[in-house]
Write a protein of this length. Sequence first.
Length: 142
Amino acid sequence: MQDIHPTVRFVIDLARIQAILNRRFDSGLGGLGLSEFIILLHLNEAGAAGMRRIDLAERIGLTASGVTRLLSPMEKIGLVKREANRDDARSSLVMIAPGGKRKLEEGMERAGLLAEEIVPSEKKGEMKYVASVLSAIGKEIG
């Protein structure tokens, strides 16, 4: 059998970990999926200015149509709202709605507990370094 290049091994391990995290967070965020949670987090950070769907898609690493598919049901249940973009009539802005703020607050508490369960205590000191490496990779490939 051929040896697997360390970078390929890293990507494979990262994909496996991402799948595990998605499953754990999807079942543990009280009705929010991980993607919806991340959307609410970014929209909350954007505040009253909101975000264009394309900018939101770029920020979370999905396609614009993927974000639209996620946002439609979120809008129907009152987690997000859409408003006209005064600067560009061709696009609308998405903002977090009051229901989304409440769900995000609940989700943040649950996410913190899940993260504490997932990350081994002896590895917590390395988290800043790992986060910086992943952030740098994301900037390079994104």
